[in-house]
Design a protein around this ligand. Sequence first.
Ligand code: GLN
Length: 563
Amino acid sequence: MGEKQLSELGKKSVESEFFSPVPDGYRKGKTKYVFITGSVISGIGKGTVTSSIAKLLEERGLKVSPMKAEAYYNVDAGTLNPFRHGEVFVLDDGTETDMDLGSYERFIDGNLTKENYLTTGKILTEILEKERAGKYLGRDVQFIPHVTGETKKYFRKLATDSGADVVLIEIGGTVGDYENMYLLEAARQLRYEEGEENVCFINLTYIFEPKTLGEQKSKAAQLGIKKMIEMGLMPDIVICRSENPVHDTIREKISVFSNVPMNRVIGLHDSKEFYRIPLMLKEEGLDKAIFETLKIDEKKLENNKSLEKWTEAMTVKNPKKTITIGIAGKYTGLKDSYISIIKALEHCEAEFNVKIEVKWIEATEIETGKKKVNEVMKGINGLIVPGGYGKRGAEGKVECIKYCREKNIPFLGICYGLQMALVEFARNVLGKRNANSSEIEFKTEFSVVCLLPEQRKIEGLGGNNRLGGFDIEVKKGTKAFELYGKTKIRERFRHRYECNPEFIKEFEENGMVFSGKAPKVDIMQIIELPKHKFFLGTQFHPEFTSRPLKPSPCFKGLIKSCL
Ligand code: GLN
């Protein structure tokens, strides 16, 4: 379809059945699109595969911008419970997203924006607002062409604004779900409008290997792919996830049923070495398969073997030591709730060539007396108290922090972890027995942690946090300064409460140092105890900006002191 024809599709009138608005400045063919869909089951690593593809293409010098298109009706991930959906990741621009965005940022080592995250809630809100404003000019607003039209516009907007050579779009859920149908339909239309050489469909499927049979079975994968074909989406590449390496006979079957040539049926079996996945996919020919479908001339691309170097640098061989880090949280049943923290620790493993074992401490169990603090802290070299909301688990966290402070065990408190460290210090050092955070106990006379003035004005649960990247002033001569090596840093926040300014002086007089604060205002953002081996609290989330080969200074400091 030509450029002129494409712009015709954008007509918004009662006389035309077309509705496919194209953003200003859009140039057809400048950006190519790769859609990553899943079949058979969810949870087989679509996010990791998408991140790996971004990495594979970037190392060849292509500019990539990945998007997660989520089928949920939530407008953003801010209201999602981490226990159900994994961690809420925060972008520098303050967008609260699915944890996959964290994975993308870590793999491409770049910051993404709200345009890289799409949800059904976001699209529908926009459509309904437009409808109320009369923007559809008398048309009946329909699933096709309006919902799909607005969706395609989002895809193209990312292409225009990012200036990427390739936009990757990971579709949430699996093929066959009702919820993501509009996304798949938009993808189908986009391929027609942009041309086959500009849009590539990758399906990530699963090959079962039932223990009772002892052999791999491809039927579920065939059915999943068939479903995709029924929707008019011919896959160009199929990636078969499996426990063990996929047999050629299985790949042949997939090829027969999907019209995908053997060189584009790619195996990806379980691997303990997470950071090898991009290279594994490259060795299986995934990059070549993408170039083949998108008619990208590989010979014209860079080839500096940076992926091999990256993989090598991220692989921990013969670790010199093993240390145990305790994480005292309340969503410890689902490890994805703290995925960025785990990743930040992995970045440190590579940095220091050590093995870090994580010991999960369920803070509620200490609180209810089911477990004793000295029992759970046994064998722990350092403790992290991560971010959190609400009352549950708070007292357990305070007890763990007390233990670390008194026994000189390295401690990193993140957001809620910082706040609980203030509560602990106020109670046990300042002698204010009933000190608390007003999030937990509203009426205490010693609210050492209280609502931020600007947050007091906002009501409702969704979107009333102080969110995103903000600058922080770091005080010279402190641990924080030693870690960051500069006085102006930027980190990401997601909170409503802060250290109550009324008590700052008293804290300081008793040995606590506020080593980081917001510029111009007295919002305290880093606390530390200089006499302690390592006792650091951050109001921000250092884990969100930790990257492979560039671990977060706060995590580095913690691990270094444990070693
Ligand atoms: N609940 C606390 C606040 O709102 C901490 C938030 C967090 O840990 N992300 O300030």
